[in-house]
Design a protein around this ligand. Structure first.
Ligand SMILES: NC(=O)c1ccc[n+]([C@@H]2O[C@H](COP(=O)([O-])OP(=O)(O)OC[C@H]3O[C@@H](n4cnc5c(N)ncnc54)[C@H](OP(=O)(O)O)[C@@H]3O)[C@@H](O)[C@H]2O)c1
Length: 234
């Protein structure tokens, strides 16, 4: 069996399972509800988190364009492990190297970016210059089992928080890579038809009709929020 970290998915959702909390306005009660995500992340206390490229650029790198080195010398597609002893990790899944990185840390966590082999040499040279770790998982598209295997073996990451968005969560779930799911069910309704939900799986890639979980815990926390903990049924 492939060695991989134990994957805990944490998401906050509306009562109708939608995940784009930015659209819910700025009422102080909504702002308090949004804060529940970080509070719960801290309570769970796992020091490695992973998100999709869209979430990383929207919520963390703030749409910074990719930064390229002047150095364009050809580089092999070997993994670059710069911070294997770091106490905590922020991990991005960015198949084409679209994220712009100014430093090797995000909110104090050492950054690891997961790339495919098609990213440019100048992009890789820049990552090396700032000491940001990168690993390859696939030629043209991300192979998630390979990525997880490398996170476990190269960085000794035993537990990993999977924190969105819906597309990356859906891909992990479809591949059977989610071990636990924590849903913060917020007392708010979104009601938009096209807003993504917690797990988005494309029809072309779907492997099962549905995926079962077992309820492990149900806690009512402040502000009428339910913290539901499920274990994967695999
Ligand atoms: N409510 C919550 O708890 C919560 C938590 C996190 C995020 N969010 C919200 O979720 C939204 C973003 O969600 P999203 O679903 O649009 O994007 P996402 O899951 O964050 O990122 C998807 C992107 O990741 C890259 N990717 C690479 N390999 C992939 C694979 N195998 N499967 C899926 N994606 C892969 C693709 O970009 P490339 O092709 O460029 O590589 C893809 O477009 C944001 O608005 C964010 O604020 C909400």
């Amino acid at each position: 069996m492939t060695t991989k970290p134990y994957v805990i998915c944490l998401m906050m959702t509306s009562l109708d399972g939608k995940i784009l909390s930015d659209a819910w306005g700025n009422d102080p009660r909504i702002q308090r509800l949004r804060g529940k995500f970080e509070e719960t992340h801290e309570k769970i206390g796992v020091p490695a988190w992973i998100v999709g490229r869209t979430t990383m650029e929207k919520d963390f790198t703030h749409f910074q364009a990719p930064i390229l080195s002047q150095n364009t010398k050809s580089l092999g597609r070997e993994d670059f492990v710069a911070g294997s002893n770091a106490p905590s990790f922020a991990i991005a899944i960015d198949s084409q190297g679209k994220l712009g990185w100014k430093s090797d840390t995000m909110h104090g966590d050492h950054v690891i970016t997961i790339l495919t082999e098609k990213v440019s040499d100048a992009y890789l040279h820049h990552l090396r210059e700032i000491g940001l770790s990168y690993i390859f998982a696939g030629k043209d598209s991300i192979d998630l089992p390979v990525a997880l295997h490398k996170l476990r073996t190269l960085f000794n990451i035993e537990k990993l928080m999977l924190e969105g968005g819906g597309h990356i969560n859906g891909s992990f779930l479809n591949e059977g890579l989610v071990d636990e799911f924590h849903q913060l069910l917020l007392p708010v309704v979104d009601g938009r038809k096209d807003t993504p939900s917690v797990f988005e799986i494309s029809d072309k890639k779907r492997k099962k009709d549905s995926i079962l979980f077992k309820l492990r815990e149900c806690q009512q926390i402040d502000d009428d929020v339910l913290w539901l903990t499920y274990a994967a049924d695999h």
